[in-house]
Design a protein around this ligand. Sequence first.
Ligand code: 5GP
Ligand code: ZN
Length: 116
Amino acid sequence: MPSTMDCLFCKIISGAIPSKKVHEDSLAYVFADIDPKAPVHLLLVPKKHITSLAHAEAEDQALLGHLLALTTKLAAELNLDRGYRTVINTGADGGQTVDHLHLHLLGGRAMHWPPG
Ligand code: 5GP
Ligand code: ZN
């Protein structure tokens, strides 16, 4: 599938491009953002190539739930007990720059609202 062969995050998941891996299971790969916007800035990525949240289908419900449950687990392990921010940028107006669905987990500082 050309979309996955050309996809940066598919290459990171496969190991073709190196990353700072934090977690891996059968469904998801988690690594440190290369340009962190907070002391903790992880990207939680489904191993399945889904272009964006707008491209998720009914069959992806369990996978999406897995990403959120994994967020809870990792945030606890990282002692983000004061809270954290989760972000899914979708499409051009959403600020998405990598076309493989990913969830940002940001923590370690107080976040601002509203985001830009
Ligand atoms: P988006 O803007 O699509 O929501 O988020 C993409 C994120 O991927 C950005 O925060 C960006 O810093 C990160 N990123 C882009 N290229 C790489 C890379 O090669 N390695 C890692 N670890 N993160 C990347
Ligand atoms: Zn991909």
